[in-house]
Design a protein around this ligand. Structure first.
Ligand code: FES
Length: 91
């Protein structure tokens, strides 16, 4: 099976076709990629089906993407999301 990769905080993460970003991160041993707004606690996949929003992550500069729903694509730039993840949405 062919493996592609994206970067997570400048680290290479491999994935196979059909995997989500969240599945690829877990496969790479990465369990959290967001911190909560108030207490800064780590979060990653919880429900895994797009309902809880615990897995929010920044992909290609766009915050608040659900890692459990977004299909991994070669060359994505995936980054840890801190706080509300709304810095780049400010007007
Ligand atoms: S893990 Fe619940 S929405 Fe992604």
């Amino acid at each position: 099976m062919t493996e592609s990769s994206f970067t997570f905080d400048d680290r290479r993460v491999g994935f196979t076709a059909g995997q989500t970003v969240g599945a690829a991160l877990i496969g790479a041993g990465i369990r959290s990629w967001r911190t909560t707004r108030v207490e800064g606690r780590p979060r990653g996949v919880f429900c895994g089906i797009g309902v809880c929003f615990d897995c929010l992550i920044t992909i290609d500069g766009v915050p608040n993407q659900r890692a459990c729903l977004i299909a991994a694509q070669p060359g994505m730039a995936v980054r840890t999301q801190e706080g509300g993840g709304r810095d780049q949405l400010a007007v």
